[in-house]
Every structure is written in structure tokens, then in C-alpha cells.
Design a protein around this ligand. Structure first.
Ligand code: DGL
Length: 256
């Protein structure tokens, strides 16, 4: 038993899509959410820089007493997860990967779309996953250009954002994809507009949120880290950005 918080980290707002899964499924667990904010977006930064930013962030969460870390960012996972696990070896660290495996299993057309950041799509980790699970499947890889910016600006439902989403999603569907992987934690906030662009075409949308929540639960059990029954959870939001970013994180977490 351990009532300390779980630490959840992302470049910005995106990891809140994972935070929400944890909040829903684990009501007795306190969570400290760190959204960098100052250096967001990470998507096109060099891997070494992301590694340094991720290291600072995990250190910050550990200083706040976190018992487990969730790197709720595909980009930081791709660039830094092995390094983080080696550096902070005494704490369980969960990473996030685009859900290529279930997508390649579920496709009937044999065409799958994966939308993620440039850094994620170019990473060795992603290419290895693709080689392992993507055999015989046509996997179309696209950068979600402008997606992160739209979510950070709380512009999910604007006509401009619909255009930005359409420009990426439409060509993937036109190539016959029947499964679309949201390979960045910001993108689930665009699920409604993505679904609107898809319309009545039969395309399944997959993200990694639920799988990560399950992984967190199994590690809580494995390391005997669950909070006591009846523990009153607390939720903290922190950021490296100077303005009211942390407060905006809180508002977004609890918004519809
Ligand atoms: N939310 C992040 C991810 O899952 C990173 C987005 C960004 O900062 O570019 O990849």
C-alpha cells in the first residue's frame, strides 16, 4: 500500500487524455500531472533535447514524491524511455506507444493509418514496432500537422481545426484505411472532429489511453503500490511555463 501520487508527464495538454483514464478508473489514486508547457510542442525537437527535458520532468515528479511515473507522451517515450528507466531504476515507469499492434490485428482492408509526431514516426522504437506487427499491412504514416497546436490553444471545435484535421485524415482514408491510430496523446482531444471528417465511412479510431491505464493497474499490483481503500485522492497540476498554464491544465482535465 502506498498513498503517494502517480506522476503523469507530457509536453503539454496531451497527457491529460491519459490522466482522464486514470482519474476515471483509479479514484483513490492521487495524481501529479506535469505538463511541460514551456517547451511544447516536442514533436520536431531533436531526440537528445527531448531526453533532457524528460529527465528534468521525471526528476521533478520524483521530488514531489511520486511512486510511479507515466510518460503520457509518445514522443518522449520514443526518445527517452530506456534512458529514463536506466536513470531512475527504482521507480516503475510506464511509456506510451502508438497502438500499431491492435490496429494491424483489426484491419480488414489491410490498410492502417498512424498519425503521430514527426519524432515518433522517425524513432527506432516505432520502426521496430512496425517491423514486428505491421507485416503484410500497408501502414500509412502521417504527421498530425497542426493538431498539437490546436489542442494547446483549446481550438478543438473551430472551423480552422476541422480543416487542419481534414488535410491529414482525408488522404489516409482515401487510400483505404479502415483503422486510424491516434499516436500522440494530444490527438484524442480531436476525436470528435476526426469522427466528423470520417463521417459514415467505416473507420475505427484507436488510441492508447485505456491500454496504459490497464498497464498502470497491473504495475500498482505488481509493486504493491495501490493507495489504501477509501484514500481521498488529490490532483495537482504543475508546469515549467511561467503563465497560468498549470491552472489551464486543471481546467482542461476537468472539462467535458
Ligand atoms: N503529446 C505528445 C505525444 O504523445 C507530444 C506532442 C508534442 O509536444 O509535439 O507525442
Amino acid at each position: 500500500m502506498n498513498n503517494n501520487p502517480i506522476g503523469v508527464y507530457d509536453s503539454g495538454f496531451g497527457g491529460l487524455s491519459v490522466w482522464r483514464e486514470l482519474y476515471r478508473a483509479l479514484p483513490e489514486e492521487s495524481i501529479v500531472y506535469l505538463g511541460d508547457g514551456k517547451n511544447c510542442p516536442y514533436g520536431s525537437l531533436p531526440a537528445e533535447q527531448i531526453r533532457a527535458l524528460a529527465t528534468d520532468s521525471v526528476r521533478e515528479l520524483l521530488q514531489r514524491g511520486c511512486k510511479m511515473i507515466v510518460v503520457a507522451c509518445n514522443t518522449a517515450t520514443a526518445a527517452a524511455i530506456e534512458y529514463l528507466r536506466a536513470t531512475f531504476a527504482d521507480v516503475p515507469i510506464v511509456g506510451l506507444e502508438p497502438a500499431v499492434k491492435p490496429a494491424c490485428k483489426n484491419t480488414r482492408t489491410g490498410v492502417v493509418g498512424v498519425i503521430a509526431t514527426e519524432r515518433s514516426l522517425k524513432s527506432e522504437k516505432f520502426l521496430a514496432t512496425l517491423a514486428k506487427y505491421g507485416q503484410g499491412v500497408n501502414v500509412i504514416k502521417s504527421v498530425g500537422k497542426g493538431f498539437v497546436e490546436a489542442v494547446e490553444a483549446n481550438e478543438e471545435y473551430s472551423p480552422q481545426t476541422e480543416q487542419v484535421v481534414r488535410a491529414v485524415v482525408e488522404p489516409i482514408i482515401n487510400k483505404g484505411a479502415d483503422v486510424l491510430v491516434l499516436g500522440c496523446t494530444h490527438y484524442p482531444f480531436l476525436r470528435d472532429v476526426i469522427a466528423k471528417v470520417i463521417g459514415d465511412r467505416n473507420v475505427e479510431i484507436i488510441d492508447s489511453g485505456e491500454a496504459v491505464e490497464k498497464r498502470v493497474e497491473s504495475l500498482l499490483d505488481e509493486y504493491d503500490l495501490r493507495a489504501e481503500s477509501g484514500h481521498k485522492a488529490e490532483y495537482e497540476f504543475v508546469s515549467f511555463a511561467a503563465d497560468d498554464y498549470a491552472e489551464r491544465l486543471r481546467r482542461k482535465a476537468f472539462s467535458k
